[in-house]
Design a protein around this ligand. Structure first.
Ligand SMILES: CCCCCCCC/C=C\CCCCCCCC(=O)N[C@@H](CO)[C@H](O)/C=C/CCCCCCCCCCCCC
Ligand SMILES: [Ca+2]
Ligand SMILES: [Zn+2]
Length: 271
């Protein structure tokens, strides 16, 4: 009688997904070289956004920083995943994305969109936490569809954006939303193309689209989170007037977008 041992979840290539980039081309230790190192974008953008959004977070809630701390974790887990292509790495990558999205929703979803039976942000946060735990367990059931399910949440995010932008008369925020949408469109085109048309890209000797996805989705999320932080501030801290700025090229309106508080009617909560 012979037993076939199933590979450990930590083993290299135990993930069912192998991205288009050719493995071990540049290093014998790193499976997908460019897919691994482009995650540095998350390690740079995360701390910068914590710094830039600190004045807003002081007024609103320091929990905002949790989103960016988890965002940095996505970068680290994604590096480990592309370095090893292990099943464990894949799950860490996907589950950390799920938790960042859940954190984003629990902090920034405007209260008018809460289900009617949930009153208050704390109760909503608890419900989202329960959903995150259940979804984390469910992610083990059919791991190959996890990434598609995560990507499809974007449809709800787009729905929220359309509803909110219709009420918005701040030209800067409308432009920022359009730029976010364009960045996401480029990102998702790269992700899908790498997944679905790898043979085509291999024939052209250009297998790096997933690396481009890392850069564009990182920027899209930094942009869109600033848009949601702005909408949220209108609902939750209406006594504050916010202005959109960019780092490092403030005058050219180019770079990472963030919010500054220009006026406060009543001084309530601050760091
Ligand atoms: C009130 C709403 C708040 C919304 C907050 C939105 C927060 C989005 C947060 C994080 C998403 C980060 C995604 C980074 C992925 C990097 C790792 C990676 O590349 N993983 C892949 C494997 O390496 C994996 O296949 C990817 C899985 C799918 C990711 C789904 C991302 C959804 C992003 C939603 C962004 C919406 C932007 C909309 C702009 C109009
Ligand atoms: Ca590969
Ligand atoms: Zn990736």
């Amino acid at each position: 009688m012979s037993y076939r041992m199933s590979p450990s979840i930590f083993a290299r290539h135990s993930s069912e997904i192998d991205w288009c980039e050719v493995n071990y081309l540049h290093s014998e230790y790193v499976a997908e070289y460019y897919n691994t190192f482009t995650n540095i974008a998350f390690l740079l953008v995360g701390p910068l956004m914590i710094y830039l959004l600190h004045p807003y977070a002081c007024r609103r809630s320091l929990h905002v920083h949790l989103v960016w701390i988890m965002f940095i974790m996505i970068g680290l887990f994604s590096m480990y995943y592309h370095m090893t292509l292990s099943f464990f790495g894949q799950l860490l990558d996907e589950i950390s994305i799920l938790w960042v999205i859940c954190l984003g929703y629990s902090i920034w979803l405007p209260q008018p969109y809460f289900p009617w039976f949930i009153k208050g942000r704390n109760k909503f946060g608890a419900a989202i936490f329960a959903i995150a735990v259940i979804s984390t367990l469910m992610s083990f059931v059919k791991p190959t569809i996890n990434a598609y399910v995560l990507n499809s949440i974007t449809f709800h995010i787009l729905y929220l954006l359309v509803k909110e932008i219709r009420k918005c008369n701040n030209r800067d925020i409308i432009n920022l939303t359009l730029v976010s949408f364009c960045l996401w469109l480029v990102a998702i085109s790269c992700w899908l193309s790498d997944r679905l048309f790898c043979n085509f890209w291999k024939n052209l000797n250009f297998c790096y689209l997933h690396s481009f996805w890392h850069i564009f989705i990182c920027l899209a999320v930094a942009h869109i989170n600033t848009v949601f932080a702005y909408f949220d501030a209108q609902y939750e801290i209406p006594q504050c007037t916010l202005e959109l700025q960019y780092w490092p090229l403030r005058s050219l309106k180019f770079g990472l977008p963030y919010l500054i508080i220009t006026k406060t009617k009543v001084s309530k909560k601050t760091c």
